[in-house]
Design a protein around this ligand. Structure first.
Ligand SMILES: Cc1cc2nc3c(=O)[nH]c(=O)nc-3n(C[C@H](O)[C@H](O)[C@H](O)COP(=O)(O)OP(=O)(O)OC[C@H]3O[C@@H](n4cnc5c(N)ncnc54)[C@H](O)[C@@H]3O)c2cc1C
Length: 591
């Protein structure tokens, strides 16, 4: 069973009613973009996806990428599907028109990415990486590099890849040892990168690797890392792929999920040195790389939503069909009627809707920052993006573990059997908390760079905005019952922030000890905020809109979220206040 359909109603409710897309487009001067056009885009993406990309998901799982003499060979059918994806203009949907893109807002790109990711995560990963590489080159590449590479990457004719990890440099990128030696107008790169997603394949005429490496005289640590563009094929005088560069995939990992996404060991310079071009300033490569990493981190958070949605849709269908209960008259009924199966399905439904809300709101912040003509407002939106990124990545990828696992549970024994197809989502989802920075790294980023570094000001700003929703709930006769729980979570957020500011300086373990709980607490809180806003809007629309069933379901789902998921924020809060003591008390030998 592999049916999938984009949840239009929820997405369009969010985009139109919560985010206010049409008003935003008007204020941003995007005269030709509106919600009607976006609906048509979603419909076409959904059609293409269900007809072409969804059927390749199981095929890719069972017949992963392989390595042969000519490099990595992707799963059969992927090249043709990718070709159609490019020919239909999907690759450049949300890129600037100046580079041949269609200039759609990031929010539209994110929503359409949800469709690709839900349909086939392994397939979509190739474009996710190219996307980040383009953002990086537009922001940090020289004019020469931008002119030579970006247009072909925007169109999808060439793909991008991200080369950070080495065997001794995973979370700790300061340990990178790949070397870059200057030679004329370029550098010669030597070293080995591991775990490189889509590091090689035949779907595109070129693969543009973005590679972290060290110059010979570079200072030690993260301040001595530079960034290089290393094409698989060097460009000839006409700018077309020509001579093969000295970079090759030397082996592929066998792994738990995303089998169709080749995870490559990449050797640079085995024959003397791969030609690379400096991107940005020498020794400031990590700063530039963060443009790609932040883009990918939000993308991986979205993957959590996408796989959870896919798993939910399948579980729901199964629960409606699987007969297990028997009525007193002897007739049988489907498992969806059991309260405990409802608990699982409602958890899946409420979690996916809350995740979608947060992911789309975070994407809309990127548009708001980009199109704002007021520098102060743009800076505020940028700070908000910074704060959201680790929450989107960390909370959503962690929640996806539970939701895709519940998908299996709804199926019972059949869930554990590969034939039913639900287990693939669980296996595919397992990487999400690991790549693009583990959950531990997201927590540290949140607590260190996004809270402590600005004295909690950016978080205060977010909590003040959530407080407005508490006030709206309080003002509503129908919804005031939801207000105390959200108020409590906001108050806990404020107390935890102050506690962190007071204690992080006294004990060097505190920030690391509480960071993941902090991130999860804010994730559940942001989810409640989105659901609370949705409930307020649904309540207002109920008297005017034709879709009462959707709006009523939104109100019930919000109540479920507040009763069943939001209390987890309270548990995280109490754990935060216990600090690091019991966590760090045992000597290493006592384990
Ligand atoms: C399928 C797959 C695809 C990947 N794709 C890419 C890719 O395209 N490009 C690329 O460059 N890399 C890629 N990676 C690598 C991935 O980003 C790393 O595996 C990840 O960053 C973790 O690094 P590590 O494996 O070395 O684990 P380690 O860094 O050794 O971490 C092990 C454990 O220690 C914890 N830990 C480590 N340091 C800290 C710390 N400072 N604070 C708290 N906890 C810490 C981690 O959270 C983790 O639980 C991929 C990996 C896989 C498996």
């Amino acid at each position: 069973m592999s049916d999938y359909s984009y949840p239009y109603k929820d997405a369009e409710f969010l985009i139109n009613e919560i985010i206010g897309f049409d008003e935003f487009c008007q204020s941003a001067g995007l005269d030709e973009v509106n919600s009607e056009l976006v609906s048509a885009i979603f419909e076409e993406a959904n059609r293409f996806s269900t007809e072409v990309i969804v059927p390749l998901n199981v095929i890719g799982d069972q017949n992963g990428a392989t390595l042969g003499e000519d490099g990595v060979q992707q799963t059969e059918g992927f090249t043709e599907a990718y070709r159609q994806y490019v020919d239909n203009g999907w690759a450049g949907l949300a890129f600037p028109e100046e580079y041949g893109g269609q200039g759609m807002p990031k929010l539209v790109g994110t929503a359409v990415d949800e469709i690709w990711q839900s349909s086939n995560l392994a397939f979509s990963l190739c474009s996710l990486l190219t996307h980040g590489a383009v953002e990086l080159l537009i922001k940090h590449g020289s004019e020469e590099l931008r002119n030579a590479y970006v247009t072909n990457m925007v169109s999808g004719e060439w793909a991008g890849s991200m080369n950070l990890t080495e065997s001794s440099a995973g979370s700790d990128l300061a340990a990178v040892v790949t070397r870059a030696v200057p030679e004329g107008d370029h550098f010669l790169i030597t070293g080995q990168k591991i775990f490189i997603s889509w590091g090689d394949h035949q779907m595109t005429d070129n693969v543009i690797h973005l590679v972290l490496a060290r110059l010979p005289d570079a200072p030690a640590g993260s301040r001595g890392i530079s960034l290089f563009l290393v094409p698989k094929f060097l460009l000839d005088e006409q700018g077309n792929p020509g001579e093969r560069n000295d970079v090759h995939c030397v082996s592929l990992e066998h792994k738990l999920g995303i089998h169709a996404s080749p995870t490559c060991v990449m050797a640079f310079g085995d024959e003397g040195g791969a030609v690379g071009y400096l991107v940005g300033e020498q020794n400031r490569g990590l700063v530039a790389m963060f443009t790609m990493m932040n883009d990918a981190r939000q993308g991986v958070g979205l993957e959590g939503l996408s796989l959870s949605t896919r798993s939910y849709q399948q579980a729901l269908q199964y629960a409606q069909e699987r007969l297990q209960g028997t009525h007193s008259d002897g007739s049988r009924f489907p498992i969806i009627e059991f309260p405990d199966v409802r608990r699982m399905l409602m958890t899946m439904k409420a979690a996916t809707e809350a995740m979608r809300g947060l992911a789309y709101i975070a994407s809309a912040e990127i548009d708001l920052a980009r199109y704002s003509s007021d520098p102060e407002k743009a800076a505020r939106h940028s700070s908000r993006i910074d704060l959201y990124t680790p929450i989107v990545k960390g909370w959503m990828s962690e929640l996806a573990q539970e939701i895709t696992s519940l998908g299996i549970q709804v199926y019972g024994g059949m869930g554990y059997v590969e034939e039913s197809g639900i287990a693939q989502h669980y296996r595919d989802a397992r990487i999400l908390t690991i790549y693009e920075g583990t959950t531990g790294i997201q927590g540290q980023d949140l607590v260190g760079r996004k809270i402590l570094a600005n004295n909690g000001e950016h978080l205060d700003d977010l909590l003040a905005e959530i407080q407005l929703t508490v006030d709206e709930l309080n003002a509503s006769t129908e919804l005031s019952g939801l207000a105390p729980a959200l108020q409590n979570a906001v108050d806990n957020g404020r107390t935890a922030s102050q506690w962190l500011l007071d204690n992080a300086g006294n004990d060097r373990n505190v920030a690391g000890a509480v960071s993941v709980n902090f991130m999860m607490m804010l994730g559940y809180l942001c989810g409640a905020w989105v659901m609370g806003r949705s409930a307020v809007k649904a309540e207002q629309l109920l008297s005017t809109s034709g879709d009462d069933a959707f709006l009523e379901a939104k109100l019930v789902t919000t109540r479920f979220y507040f009763e069943h998921l939001l209390p987890r924020a309270d548990s995280c809060f109490r754990t935060i206040l216990s600090g690091s003591e019991s966590m760090m008390a045992l000597a290493v030998e006592q384990f």
